[in-house]
Every structure is written in structure tokens, then in C-alpha cells.
Design a protein around this ligand. Structure first.
Ligand code: ADP
Length: 228
């Protein structure tokens, strides 16, 4: 599903954000990516979204080496990888259902199919009753669930969440975590970069720790920190 071979990323200012990352993530896995600030987590996510280019190495997404494909193939990535950010990034002047539809419209989907999928993903995150609300009328947890619905509307096989609970209080964070877990249970591969220690320690999923741009730990059913 996702395979990184000897991936290195050096920014133009000479910062080596990632060094020799080798990693394989199978279809249907749930993976937490942990590490202190500046470790390289966001850089890894940007490479997977092709928002940044690797300096060296290869990244396979569904069998396609995305480091070798031209930028015009970026729609391929948008269809295959949904993404959720800490700050939700919803459009304030659009309703919940318009925010979600938009992600399908830009890929040229048929209006009937858009209506069908929007209704499906809203029910998946338990927000059908909020379809006509505007983002500011929702709680933080609800806004994040809308952004999860938007990320899933094109039915991507992979969902990446960058600190999705970072702006939320602990109870609400769990609502969001449960939505991500449900999506994973339906077969989507989920990668979640996080500092939420309690969530990682409770979920007992695969944990990949990054330290100074290298993988320092890759553990099945791991915890936030190494337990000895
Ligand atoms: P994390 O997400 O784990 O906090 P980042 O991937 O954001 O870490 O950063 C890894 C390293 O790369 C840090 O040293 C950071 O300062 C540097 N870095 C991140 N983005 C850029 C950029 N656009 N240009 C230069 N250096 C960057």
C-alpha cells in the first residue's frame, strides 16, 4: 500500500529533515507516527502528499512511485489519500455539505454521485443532522469530524491525519479518534501523527517513532514511549 525506500529529505536551507527512511505499511493498517516537535513527522506527511519532493529515495503509493510521477498526476494522489489537519481547514462561508461536496466537485464527479457520497460520509461521522449548518455553528470536535468526512468522500484507500486532536479537549479528542477507528475498521489504511499520549497508549496500534529524521522505533501494539 505505502512503501518508502531510502527516503531522504533535505530542505533548501540544508536542514536534513529525514534520513534513510525505510517503511512499509500494509492495506488496512492503523499507524501512529510519534516524535517530538521537529522530528520530521510533517515532512513525512508532506512527501506522501507530494507537497514536498524527496531529495533521494522512492515512495510507492498503491504500487505507483509518486516520486517519479509528474505534478499533473497529483489528482491521483488526491483520490488515493484523504487528509485531515489539526486546524480543520473548513471553508467558513460554505455549509457542512458544501464543504464536503467541494472535494468531489474538483475531481469532476457527477452531482448525483456527489449527493450519495456526501450523505454516506456524513452518516459515517454521525453528523447527518448538521448537513446545512455552517462550520462556526459546530463544536471543534464536530468540525474535525466534518473534515474527516470531507477527507473520505472520494473513498480513498489511505487517510492521513496530522495532529487531528491537537486543538481539542480530551473528550472531544476521543470522538474524533473513534471516527478514525471506525474508518479504519471499514478497511481504510490510517496514518495519524500525534502527541496524544493517552490515545496512543489506549489504542495499542502500530507505533512508528521518528527522532532526528530517523525511525527510532517501529512497534506493533506499541505505546507512546518505549516501555521496558
Ligand atoms: P515535526 O512535524 O515532527 O514537528 P517537521 O517535519 O515539521 O517536524 O520538521 C523537521 C525538520 O525540518 C525541522 O528541523 C524543521 O525546522 C525543518 N523544516 C520543516 N519544514 C521546513 C521548510 N519548509 N524549510 C526548511 N526547514 C524545514
Amino acid at each position: 500500500m505505502i512503501k518508502l525506500i531510502d527516503v531522504c529529505k533535505e530542505y533548501n536551507n540544508g536542514v536534513k529533515a529525514l534520513s534513510n527512511i525505510n517503511l512499509e505499511i500494509d492495506k488496512g493498517e492503523f499507524v501512529f507516527i510519534v516524535g517530538s516537535s521537529g522530528a520530521g513527522k510533517s515532512t513525512l506527511i508532506k512527501l506522501l502528499l507530494k507537497e514536498e519532493e524527496v531529495t533521494d529515495g522512492r515512495i510507492y503509493l498503491n504500487g505507483l512511485d509518486i516520486t517519479r510521477v509528474p505534478n499533473r498526476r497529483i489528482p491521483y494522489i488526491r483520490r488515493n489519500v484523504g487528509v485531515v489537519f489539526q486546524d480543520f481547514r473548513l471553508l467558513p462561508n460554505k455549509t457542512v455539505s458544501e464543504n464536503i461536496s467541494f472535494a468531489m466537485e474538483i475531481l469532476g464527479a457527477h452531482p448525483r454521485e456527489i449527493r450519495r457520497r456526501v450523505s454516506m460520509v456524513l452518516s459515517m461521522v454521525d453528523l447527518s443532522r448538521k448537513a446545512s449548518s455552517y462550520p462556526e455553528q459546530l463544536s471543534g470536535g464536530e468540525q474535525q469530524r466534518v473534515s474527516i468526512a470531507r477527507a473520505m468522500v472520494n473513498n480513498p484507500p489511505v487517510l492521513i491525519a496530522d495532529e487531528p486532536t491537537g486543538n481539542l479537549d480530551p473528550d472531544t479528542a476521543w470522538e474524533v479518534m473513534n471516527s478514525l477507528n471506525d474508518i479504519n475498521a471499514r478497511g481504510t489504511t490510517v496514518l495519524m501523527a500525534t502527541h496524544a499520549k493517552d490515545i496512543v497508549n489506549t489504542m495499542r496500534k502500530r507505533v512508528i517513532a521518528i527522532d532526528g529524521g530517523r525511525i527510532s522505533r517501529d512497534e506493533e501494539k506499541g505505546g507512546y514511549t518505549l516501555e521496558v
